[in-house]
Every structure is written in structure tokens, then in C-alpha cells.
Write a protein that binds this ligand. Structure first.
Ligand SMILES: [Zn+2]
Length: 248
């Protein structure tokens, strides 16, 4: 539990959070990812054109990564992309108009996200990924609502994303509002988010350190556990076709 205070700030690499239990595994996972980056090549970039027999006006879809990519390799691609972002050495992969044309034929995103709607955390930018790479569900507080879970089941079971990242972030207004018990407009639907955030805020109570950061991380891990209770997602994990991780 103590390592929750060891997470890095916004100018540093996004840190993965524990798959089982609060961040105890997270540092390990991240370290492993870093270690493998020097010895293990990313997933095969072998192009796999997907012919579109019915529409000759569209370019064939060229899969940038092999379908045999493992969840660990998919996660590594994100870690590498985030490092490029924090090092300010962006590659801007697959972001040109040609890619847009290609993805008109089909999509095979290798990563799925449940991210906050916050305008300061644009997923493809901070992970330096391109068009067609990431299947992103964004919800204030990165909460796993039934609609969000359904979307992510589609992104993984149907579209084949290999890794699902629940992405919390520094200074989250949604979590802060619940933490500070801010008054919400009675006529609004904002309050519908609260039940998804409260359990994490409760879990983080009495922890040392920054209460908002602790609450965001705890809330993020609560959503990870919620997602793992989806029979669809749990089945993919069991088959080693998917990994769900929390990150901050
Ligand atoms: Zn937020």
C-alpha cells in the first residue's frame, strides 16, 4: 500500500497500478515492461493487408501490428509511447491522412482505454499512438458504467484490443468533487457519477499523502475490479487474450 505514494507526477511516465491489490504489483509490472523493452522487440510490424473486396475505392487496411500480439506486448507499446511523450520525442505514428483512409476499411485497435473525460488527458497524444490504435471510452472520473463496460466489451471481444487501461489522472475534478462533497446542481445528471467514485474515495480515507491523488488511484483500481467482473472480459483474461491494468 505504501507504494501508492511513490507514483510519479504529471511530467513523468504514467505509472501502472496493481493488477491485484493496490499498486504493489504496479511498480513491478512497469519495471518488467522497462526491462523487456531492451530485450524484446515490439510485436511484429509485419503488414497484413486486409483486402476489401466490396469497396475498391478504399485502401486496403494494413495492420500495423500482428494479431498474435500478446497483452504484454500491447502494454509495452503504450509504455514506449508514453515515454516518447514524456521525453518530448513524439513519433506521431499512423496519424497521417493515408492512415485515415486505410482505417476507413476496418479497425483493429490494439489497446482499449477507460479514461477520464478531462481535456488535459488526450489518450492518443499522451501515449503517442495513431488513428485506429486505441479504442477509447471517456467518462468523467473514468468510471465503469454499464454503458462503458458494454463499449469496452465490444472494443476487446469484437475488435480485439489486447490491453485495457483504466486511466486516472492528477487533479481529477470528478473525483475531487466527490472527495470534497461538493454540492451538485439538483437538476443535473452529474450526481449519477457519484456512486461509481465513492467506493474509491472511501478506500483512500485515512491514507497518508495527498488525499486527491490517493482517491484517484483507489477509484481507478475500483473500476479495474468492476471491469474484471464482466464475464466477457474475465473470459478474455482467462484465455490470456487481454490484460486490464490501472494507470495514473
Ligand atoms: Zn478526471
Amino acid at each position: 500500500m505504501s507504494r501508492i505514494n511513490g507514483f510519479l507526477g504529471r511530467r513523468n511516465l504514467i505509472k501502472l497500478m496493481g493488477i491485484a491489490g493496490v499498486s504493489a504489483v504496479a511498480t513491478t509490472a512497469c519495471n518488467q515492461a522497462k526491462q523487456t523493452s531492451t530485450t524484446q522487440a515490439p510485436a511484429s510490424p509485419a503488414a497484413q493487408p486486409v483486402a476489401n473486396a466490396t469497396d475498391k475505392t478504399k485502401e486496403p487496411y494494413v495492420r500495423p501490428f500482428s494479431d498474435d500480439m500478446t497483452p504484454e506486448q500491447a502494454l509495452q507499446l503504450l509504455v514506449d509511447g508514453n515515454k516518447r511523450f514524456t521525453d518530448q520525442k513524439l513519433a506521431h505514428p499512423r496519424q497521417d491522412f493515408a492512415r485515415l483512409t486505410e482505417t476507413g476499411a476496418d479497425q483493429f485497435p490494439f489497446a482499449a482505454f477507460l479514461s477520464c473525460a478531462d481535456s488535459r488527458v488526450p489518450v492518443e497524444v499522451v501515449f503517442d499512438q495513431g488513428i485506429g490504435d486505441c479504442f477509447v471510452v471517456r467518462m468523467a472520473g473514468n468510471v465503469a458504467t454499464p454503458e462503458g463496460i458494454g463499449s469496452l466489451e465490444f472494443g476487446t471481444a469484437v475488435l480485439g484490443s489486447k490491453v485495457l487501461v483504466v486511466l486516472g489522472h492528477e487533479g481529477c475534478g470528478a473525483v475531487n468533487a466527490v472527495l470534497r462533497q461538493q454540492k451538485l446542481p439538483a437538476e443535473s445528471k452529474i450526481g449519477t457519477l457519484v456512486p461509481y467514485i465513492e467506493p474509491g474515495v472511501d478506500k483512500a480515507k485515512n491514507k497518508s499523502g495527498n488525499d486527491l491523488m490517493n482517491s484517484v488511484k483507489a477509484t481507478t483500481l475500483v473500476q479495474v475490479e468492476t471491469l474484471k467482473r464482466s464475464p466477457i472480459l474475465a473470459g478474455l483474461i482467462k484465455e490470456n487474450k487481454l490484460k486490464i491494468v490501472g494507470a495514473y
